[in-house]
Design a binder for this molecule. Structure first.
Ligand code: SF4
Ligand code: SF4
Length: 66
């Protein structure tokens, strides 16, 4: 099954953490690789994270979630 979701360009993320509390579904998490990520299953594409990111690291994409 494919799902539209927000995602983060890891090379742009400066780990400011602003997006983390902005997500109403807690889809954003801090990964072992030292940057933030979006869990596609929980993302509703509300766009709040994109609005608060100072470096415009968010982009919309479509991923296969099985
Ligand atoms: S678009 Fe909304 S639901 Fe998806 S990660 Fe961003 S804040 Fe969370
Ligand atoms: S708001 Fe942007 S720069 Fe800050 S942690 Fe989230 S993705 Fe990274």
């Amino acid at each position: 099954m494919w799902k539209d979701t927000m995602a983060i360009y890891g090379d742009l993320c400066i780990t400011c953490g602003a997006c983390y509390p902005s997500c109403p579904t807690q889809a954003i998490y801090y990964g072992n690789d030292g940057v933030f990520h979006v869990e596609p299953t929980w993302c509703t594409l509300c766009g709040y994270c994109k609005d608060v990111c100072p470096v415009m690291a968010f982009y919309q994409t479509r991923v296969y979630i099985g």
